[in-house]
Design a protein around this ligand. Structure first.
Ligand code: FE2
Ligand code: FE2
Length: 330
């Protein structure tokens, strides 16, 4: 049985015959593994949003099978709420849903910040719509969403940074001639996931002040770009563009970046945009930590003045024309 998912993706599905809405209840994999028998039909969510039955109501819990899914990153099983009506599931938490809600809240806060930084309403709404679409895609893929939940565990600041780079990358792309919606989505997705590989890094390296890291530890930290790409390569639905963004977001056009020190045209065009947005957001974060008031206009002018040689010429040209456009508040 493959009930078709209906929006919002994580809360409802509809059966095709008859078309009755069923409310989905999520169950923590760890909690289900402690049960003797399945309290109801249990499903996993497939990347395309459909549900696949893995255990029927009343059957003994097949630990081997569930552990196999858990090994692939599945942390949540699903049942219809109606089936569970007489079952005590009060101890069953829904960590993924909580993470998604936290991500939505943080995203709203980031967009508010972008508005304060001087992005005009039109461009702002476009970036917000793309951001929402991309988060829905991420949420629908069980492997990706559970891996992203691990990234979120690194802390609010890293998630906030990724959301900001994603929003700003979309604003930058909207100032260029790239009109394909898929390109905008890939940029937003790649930017959201650009530092994804950080959760594979040793805690002592992540928590250290970057300026105090040894050469060896710095090299390990630089591996987050390739680790992120390799993780995403395991997710069938991830476009190649997104993987390239993640792998190359620290490459710089003058060859000063990492991990490969690639020069200008050897860097994927979308990775160049996200790399630029990443730099702008890092400059913004430095200002914010120092208590300096700034705006997107000042950040762009600052980057053009001091760091232009690190970036593709056409990209810098786009930034200059952005200063004259209706994307930024006057
Ligand atoms: Fe990074
Ligand atoms: Fe970053």
């Amino acid at each position: 049985m493959f009930p078709k998912l209906e929006s919002p993706a994580h809360t409802k599905f509809v059966t095709s015959e008859p078309k009755t809405k069923i409310t989905v209840k999520s169950l923590k994999m760890d909690a289900v593994l402690k049960l003797e028998t399945a309290p109801s039909n249990l499903y996993i969510k497939l990347p395309d949003g459909r549900f696949l039955i893995v255990l029927r109501a009343g059957n003994r819990i097949d630990h081997d099978r569930l552990n196999k899914y858990a090994g692939r990153g599945v942390t949540t099983l699903y049942s219809s709420e109606q089936d569970l009506v007489d079952v005590d599931v009060s101890d069953v938490a829904d960590p993924d849903k909580a993470k998604i809600e936290a991500l939505e809240k943080l995203s709203d806060a980031v967009f508010d910040e972008l508005r304060v930084l001087g992005v005009t309403e039109k461009s702002f709404n476009h970036a917000k719509a793309i951001g929402k679409a991309v988060r829905n895609l991420l949420e629908r893929d069980p492997v990706l969403s559970s891996a992203f939940a691990k990234f979120q565990d690194l802390g609010r600041e890293d998630t906030r940074h990724s959301l900001m780079v994603s929003a700003l990358s979309t604003v930058l792309v909207s100032s260029m001639d790239w009109v394909k919606p898929a390109t905008h989505e890939n940029v937003a997705m790649g930017a959201l996931l650009h530092d994804f590989g950080l959760f594979t890094m040793p805690t002592e390296i992540l928590s250290a002040d970057p300026s105090t890291l040894s050469v060896v530890d710095r090299k390990i930290l630089e591996g987050h770009a390739e680790n992120g790409r390799a993780l995403l390569a395991q997710v069938k639905t991830i476009p190649e563009d997104v993987m390239m963004i993640v792998a190359q977001h620290h490459e710089r056009s003058d060859g000063s970046g990492y991990p490969l020190g690639l020069k200008d045209f050897y860097i994927h065009p979308l990775a160049r945009v996200v790399g630029l947005a990443n730099e702008l957001v890092e400059n913004y974060e430095t200002d914010r930590k120092a208590g300096r008031r700034t705006s997107l206009r000042l950040l762009i002018e600052g980057l053009i003045g001091a760091q232009a040689s690190k970036f593709n010429r056409d990209l810098i040209k786009s930034l200059r024309s952005m200063l004259e456009s209706d994307i930024l508040a006057k």
